[in-house]
Each structure stands twice: as structure tokens, then as C-alpha cells.
Design a protein around this ligand. Structure first.
Ligand code: FES
Length: 154
């Protein structure tokens, strides 16, 4: 299913744990990093490798907000909507991004470049409002600052 290099990475990851099933989270990460999201084939493959049934992989993959079962585009814009960010303008940011990108929450732009999502607290409450783009944090945001950040993305 994966390249020999990734298969070796998967083998090495499984070997790190005394119980195979403990490698479930890292294996989902590896599959997602390789394919951009978690495919049905990846779920079946991981289940087989870890002696699980596919629904056990599916349960975990759908529980955590960092796993995606649909294509997420090149940049996954995750705007925090929890209380500190909400009070500091998160909803304005979300509306700004929806208008700017011409998409709604949960959608991907037609060029596949951006996906817009709302998430719960990112742990940056003191620098609200905050947004995560893939794995990078951006804080103390304003619509203008968001525009500057998006313009600098390659
Ligand atoms: S409430 Fe937004 S980072 Fe905590």
C-alpha cells in the first residue's frame, strides 16, 4: 500500500510498542501524512497490521480533530471558536475567511489550496484569537493579519 520506505517506517513504529494496537495513533498519522487524509484503504491496512477490525481504526480516526477522512487541501485553516477566541473576534475571522475564500466551514476551495474549519481551544487563549494552519500557530489575529499570513503562504 505504501512505498518501501514508509512500510519500513510503519514496521519500526509497530516494533516500538509492547502491544501492536498501541501504534494505532502514529500509524494513522503516517498514513495521513502520506495520502493527505485517511482513506478507507488505509483504515483497512492499519487494522490488518495491528490485528484490529477496521471499525476500531475508524473510531479513533473520527474521534480526534487532527485526523481527516476527506481531502483537506494544501492548507488546513483551523480557527478556534472557543470562549477566549470568540470574545476576541474569532467569528469575525471566520466570516472574513468565508468571504475571502468563498467557502463555508468544512469546505475546500476549488483549487484545493485551503480548507476552513472551526476547532475547539488551541491552548493559545492568552493570545486569542488563534488559528492553526496545518501544524503552525498564528495568534492575536485580525482580518488584516490573516490576509497577510495567507498572502505569504507558498
Ligand atoms: S479559546 Fe481559543 S485558543 Fe483557547
Amino acid at each position: 500500500m505504501f512505498s518501501p520506505e514508509i512500510e519500513k517506517k510503519i514496521d519500526n513504529t509497530i516494533e516500538k510498542y509492547p502491544h501492536k494496537r498501541s501504534a494505532l495513533l502514529p500509524l494513522i498519522h503516517i498514513a495521513q501524512n502520506e495520502q493527505g487524509h485517511i482513506t478507507e484503504e488505509a483504515i483497512a491496512y492499519i487494522a490488518e497490521r495491528l490485528d484490529l477490525v477496521p471499525v476500531e481504526v475508524y473510531e479513533v480516526a473520527t474521534f480526534y480533530s487532527m485526523y481527516f477522512l476527506d481531502p483537506i487541501g494544501k492548507y488546513n485553516l483551523q480557527v478556534c471558536r472557543t470562549i477566549s477566541c470568540m470574545l476576541c473576534g474569532a467569528y469575525d475571522l471566520i466570516e472574513h475567511l468565508q468571504n475571502k475564500l468563498n467557502i463555508k466551514i468544512g469546505q475546500v476551495t476549488s483549487d484545493g489550496r485551503f480548507r476552513l474549519t472551526e476547532v475547539e481551544c488551541l491552548g493559545s487563549c492568552s493570545t486569542a484569537p488563534a488559528m492553526q494552519i496545518n501544524f503552525d500557530y498564528h495568534e492575536n489575529l485580525t482580518p488584516e493579519k490573516v490576509d497577510q499570513i495567507l498572502a505569504k503562504l507558498p
